[in-house]
Write a protein that binds this ligand. Structure first.
Ligand code: DAH
Length: 340
């Protein structure tokens, strides 16, 4: 019997050494000390022993039981400690690790130049007004002196939604909206998206942005227009940049001008960008046609005005030397991140 007891102790302590989880400890405790455990089995068999041997054997069983219980509780404590340390280690923060790189976004070049333009014109006393992109034929064309079947409509391949509704082909309808709802003095700029049925290429897109300006007051003349655009050119592209006005035609202005700026790439010396001329065509402008003022209920005897319109993409392309307008729409981060 003593041998049996020793064997139980030896096996239990050997198994204990292998155990590394609390759950396995409990299994071992049941196996050895439980109701059907090996030690309990021996206790049951004691009835068969002669009476005088029983106390000695009882003592021995009890001392083995105590040894095993002691060993299990020591092992339990050790495992608990190890588990705690493991948990603590998993929570350790290494403050010397390099930080994750943050991907900072940036404003799109069109937003950047638009912000510049708005700042320049607000400094000159212009207020920003926006208009709808889905526009009536009346504001997009008729009130701008472009009646139905007028040849000027051909110049702008317009998307028609129905006979009287279009995707605006220019920001000029905002002029008509403001003139029909406000009294002079008027000084507004209006940026926004415009639509034309154009094929995509390096200088065209069916959706692009324009920036419109309108100034109406008493005694406004072409000199005011020239001064305003000259100031804009200098603030946008630098002091060495000047403007050149060439006669042109727009139905809503009379006289009308096509306005060139000194080529910002070569400062007027002549380069590939300006095809050797030293000038870059940038915008359309003119004195608001008296007939337009009249249609919009502004008295042309009392008031005059100037207006201008330009492509925002064109300004961005010139300002940043972008070789192809399509870069502006592809949203390739290798392109966009250059404007950070
Ligand atoms: N709306 C014209 C265009 O899209 C640009 C323009 C020219 C606007 C002359 C004006 C202007 O306000 O006076 O081609």
């Amino acid at each position: 019997m003593q041998d049996q007891l020793n064997a139980i102790w030896e096996q239990a302590s050997a198994e204990l050494k292998q155990i590394s989880e609390s759950a396995q400890l409990e299994q071992l405790r049941v196996k050895v000390l439980g109701k059907k455990g090996a030690l309990t089995e021996i206790l049951r068999g004691m009835g068969k022993l002669p009476a005088e041997e029983r106390p000695r054997m009882g003592q021995m069983v009890n001392s083995i039981r105590e040894k095993i219980e002691q060993a299990i509780s020591e092992r339990t404590a050790a495992i608990k400690q190890a588990e705690k340390e493991k948990a603590l280690r998993s929570e350790v923060i290494d403050v010397t690790m390099p930080a994750k790189e943050r991907q900072a976004g940036s404003l799109h070049p069109i937003s950047l130049v638009l912000d510049d333009m708005l700042e320049i014109f607000s400094g000159l006393g212009f207020e920003m007004v926006e208009g709808p992109e889905i526009e009536t034929d009346r504001f997009n064309f008729e009130l701008l002196n472009v009646p139905k079947n007028h040849p000027a409509r051909d110049a702008q391949d317009t998307f028609y939604i129905d006979d009287n509704v279009v995707l605006r082909s220019q920001t000029s309808p905002v002029q008509a909206r403001v003139m029909t709802t406000r009294k002079p003095p008027i000084r507004i700029v209006s940026p926004g998206r415009v639509y034309r049925a154009d094929e995509v290429d390096a200088t065209h897109s069916p959706v692009f942005h324009q920036f419109e300006g309108l100034c109406i007051d008493e005694n406004i003349n072409m000199g005011d227009l020239k001064g305003t655009l000259d100031e804009f050119a200098k603030r946008m592209f630098g002091d060495g940049i000047s403007t050149r006005f060439r006669p042109s035609f727009f139905p809503f202005t009379e006289p009308s001008a096509e306005v060139d700026l000194t080529c910002a790439a070569c400062h007027g010396k002549g380069c590939r960008m300006c095809k050797g001329t030293g000038w870059i065509e940038v915008l359309g402008a003119g004195m608001v046609n008296p007939h337009v003022l009249e249609m919009c209920s502004i008295d042309p005897q009392k008031y005059q005005g100037f207006a201008f319109g330009m492509g925002i993409e064109r300004i961005a392309v010139i300002k940043y030397g972008i070789p192809d307008m399509r870069y502006l729409y592809e949203n390739d981060v290798r392109f966009l991140s250059q404007f950070r």
